[in-house]
Design a protein around this ligand. Structure first.
Ligand code: FRU
Length: 464
């Protein structure tokens, strides 16, 4: 099977893609760079690919921005805009002699062409696992760079006034489980819902199991709420909280200079456990729907909320009777009253025996996603199966499912519970049905399908 290419998510026309890099909003365009192999659809020859978009839905691919060179691969990093409009990218030079160090490149044509610094690398600690520089502008001036010492599970911070000279200003970690490397940190200053003017710092972090017997769950994203004190992050609690309960969301980072200071995140929708065998050709790898991040106070705890930054709903779409057969590039909204139905199961059936089941269980307080079928089972031993997420509030019956070829993103709890998965439903029509314990048909369940994005080529402005 060759899974279809997404239509309103960023995916390269051909070749391998992993992490988003250097996300930046310049002159009304969203620029995304990404880990890219210009020579094939497996990981290797890492370079920065480049695409841009006006609406975060339709992406135009540009020539490779930062190509690998003999002895040097270009790993993940970030881009900022300085006062005179110059774009400065920071990335990891992964040298073939084993050292990873941070390098710099500048662009004066809005990101099309880049000139690496003659002085590269600009930060070198002699480490073999020092990577993923994310530079953020500090609220009171100056710049902060987050990097990881991946194996030590530490975020190492640097500050600078001019983006040229950097001073180490502290570190965070290790916390949480060992047997993982820490990758792709980001630091965002997020508004708290219902508390005008109130913002907290949130550290985003990706972890990937390594070693003899790595966790088969594979790679995943987490977050921690805290403060930024003297150029380093301090957590409120020493625990990494899952950012997304699905199997396939990794290396998420936010755009520099998004309108209104919004934190708009893109993440790679795959899992290092099986990324290399996902059956797509000639491309491999796609980004999530862009998500605007915020915080919500839930019983005294600040929880991360994520909502699509683009409006994919077709306001003219009416409720339909389930089962309904749709193209595999749609948004499905489900509304119901769990007090009446008890649990609710939404089933998506695709090509062959491919199925995805989403079960909302208010009694157990859980939302689960299962993927099954011959392709899912044969893809990789750890691919098929069920993921269970705790629900914040089982009494609210609202679920949004965004399906775009092999990408499925489920939003519940008004953005506080999200599960992102690769799915193997194929390129043919998908049948969506709903079931409640009293039988099929599910009275009182309102299903609205929006496929306008694809069919009408509708470009919806970002609601960030
Ligand atoms: C995360 C990562 C980064 C690294 C890049 C290499 O997925 O391992 O730590 O910079 O991918 O492609």
């Amino acid at each position: 099977m060759n899974l279809p290419r997404p239509r309103f998510h960023l995916a390269p026309a051909r070749n391998w893609m992993n992490d988003p890099n250097g996300l930046v909003f310049v002159d009304d365009r969203w620029h995304a760079f990404f880990q890219y192999n210009p020579e094939g659809n497996d990981w290797g020859n890492m370079s920065w690919g480049h695409a841009s978009s006006r609406d975060l839905l339709q992406w135009e691919e540009h020539p490779v921005a930062l190509p690998h060179r003999p002895g040097e691969q270009i790993y993940s990093g970030s881009t900022v805009i300085d006062a005179d409009g110059t774009l400065t990218a920071f990335y990891t030079s992964a040298y073939s002699h084993g050292i990873q160090a941070q390098s710099r490149a500048t662009s004066v044509d809005g990101g099309e062409t880049w000139i690496p610094d003659a002085d590269n690398p600009v930060i070198d600690r002699g480490s073999s696992d020092f990577r993923d520089p994310k530079v953020v502008r500090l609220p009171h001036g100056g710049w902060l760079m987050l990097t990881v010492e991946a194996v030590e599970r530490r975020v190492v911070f640097f500050t600078s006034d001019d983006l040229l000279s950097w001073r180490e200003s502290g570190s965070f970690g290790p916390i949480g489980v060992d047997g993982v490397v820490w990758e792709c940190p980001d630091l965002v200053h997020l508004p708290v819902e219902g508390r005008p003017g109130s913002r907290r710092w949130v550290l985003l972090l990706s972890t990937n199991p390594v070693g003899e017997d790595p966790d088969p769950a594979g790679s995943a994203m987490h977050y921690v709420v805290g403060d930024l004190i003297d150029g380093a992050f301090r957590a409120d609690h020493d625990a990494l909280v899952p950012l997304d309960h699905g199997r396939d969301l990794y290396a998420g980072v936010t755009f520099h200079d998004a309108p209104d200071g919004a934190a708009v995140m893109l993440a790679w929708m795959s899992n290092w456990r099986y990324a290399h065998v996902v059956p797509t050709s000639p491309w491999r790898g796609a980004m999530s729907i862009p998500r605007t991040l915020g915080l919500r106070d839930v019983g005294g705890e600040l929880r991360l909320v994520q909502r699509p930054s683009v409006d994919l709903r077709d306001d003219r779409a009416d409720a339909v009777e389930a089962p309904v057969t749709v193209e595999p590039h749609v948004l499905v909204d489900v509304r119901w009253d769990p007090a009446v139905t008890g649990s609710l199961r939404l089933t998506l059936e695709g090509e062959g025996d491919a199925t995805v089941e989403i079960v909302h269980d208010p009694a157990a307080g859980t939302l689960s996603v299962s993927r099954d079928g011959t392709v899912a089972r044969s893809l990789h031993p750890d691919f098929a199966g069920t993921r269970v997420a705790p629900l914040l509030d089982g009494r609210t019956g609202v679920l949004t499912a965004i399906l775009d070829g092999p990408l499925l993103e489920i939003f519940a709890d008004d953005g506080a519970t999200v599960l992102s998965h690769l799915v193997t439903l194929g390129s043919g029509p998908v049948t969506a049905s709903t079931h409640v314990p009293t039988g099929a048909g599910a009275p009182g369940v309102r299903l609205v399908v929006s496929d306008g994005v694809v069919q009408k080529g509708r470009a919806v402005p970002a609601t960030v």
